[in-house]
Design a binder for this molecule. Structure first.
Ligand code: PMP
Length: 303
């Protein structure tokens, strides 16, 4: 056997420090196993999470976009589960994790969950845990426009499961995404029984018709922070929108922390053409999140 063949080549990656995850007040290697097999959240989805982003700013630093709003939504989810959650502690954990990992353009994933204990559904007595992981995000230019299929699954109705980022609720999104992918689409669009648009699996929906921007409003949809941002920037009106109206629009886009402003090229057989309004809004959003617009610096938390 050639001895040299077994030698692991010395690469930068082999020596790069492992990304650190904040876990209950200390840093651990991101891939270190922590949760035990009786973890309540693993069995029943009894947790709440957020998807947040940090962006490199033009002054060489970085800032988290609308961090208090994300943690307030997380606090609401935790309160519903009767889980202790301290937004001030989570804020420190988010900033410390970004600094420790040296991440500037990053996706941030805080998760609070109930840990080990009994298999009963009563969460009382279960220990709450908190983790924060960050991953570096690539900046995609001219990203592919999404092709969207209309889901046969309904969105969790708000009177069964409130539209918050509760872990177990995302099974609903997973089913719809799986179906859309199996049908050859990239993403799924939820509609309700009355034929009104709800949202995508992880993003809210807007449409543009005759230059007028409209945000889809629906009680079962997550009140998205990107949606709120775009409403403030564009002066768009929020209202109920039917699928028929959406198919008749000039432009449609999805929006969310991860998706940002994501133009949709097709819904089922309907193909959309040029999307100048969506592109202008996407460019404005990029300037805001990177701190290039003095008017909205209050949305940024410096890392
Ligand atoms: N809807 C769902 C179901 C989501 O998971 C997300 C992502 N958090 C959104 C909408 C968009 O929300 P935000 O803009 O706050 O990220």
């Amino acid at each position: 056997m050639n001895a040299t063949a077994t030698v692991t080549p010395i690469t930068e990656a082999a020596h790069a420090p492992k990304p650190q995850t904040w876990f209950d007040g200390a840093f651990i290697d991101g891939d270190a196993p922590q949760a035990g097999l009786t973890t309540h959240a693993m069995h029943y989805g009894s947790g709440v999470f957020e998807g947040i982003r940090a962006y490199a700013t033009s002054d060489g630093g970085a800032a988290v976009f609308r961090l208090p709003e994300h943690l307030e939504r997380m606090r609401k989810g935790a309160a519903l589960l009767g889980m202790a959650f301290d937004p001030a502690q989570a804020t420190e954990a988010v900033l410390a994790t970004l600094r420790t990992n040296g991440h500037r353009d990053a996706y941030i994933r805080p998760l609070a969950w109930f840990g080990e204990g009994s298999f009963g559904l009563d969460v009382e007595g279960h220990m709450p845990h908190l983790m924060v992981a960050t991953t570096a995000t690539q900046v995609h230019l001219n990203g592919k426009r999404a092709r969207v299929g209309v889901s046969t699954w309904r969105r969790n109705p708000a009177d069964s499961l409130p539209p918050l980022k509760l872990c177990g609720g995302y099974i609903n999104s997973i089913l719809a995404k799986r179906e859309a992918k199996q049908r050859g689409f990239d993403e799924a669009l939820f509609t309700d029984r009355a034929g009104n648009v709800v949202e995508c699996t992880g993003a809210n929906v807007f449409m543009v018709k005759g230059g007028v921007i409209t945000a889809v409003e629906h009680p079962d949809a997550l009140p998205g922070i990107t949606r709120d941002t775009l409403l403030a920037l564009s002066g768009a009106r929020a209202r109920t929108v039917s699928l028929a109206e959406l198919l008749d629009a000039d432009e449609v886009f999805a929006c969310g922390t991860a998706a940002e402003v994501a133009p949709i090229s097709q819904i089922e057989q309907r193909e959309y053409g040029e999307n100048p309004v969506s592109r202008a809004l996407a460019a404005q959003y990029q300037r805001i999140v990177r701190g290039e617009d003095a008017a909205h610096r209050d949305w940024l938390t410096t890392v």
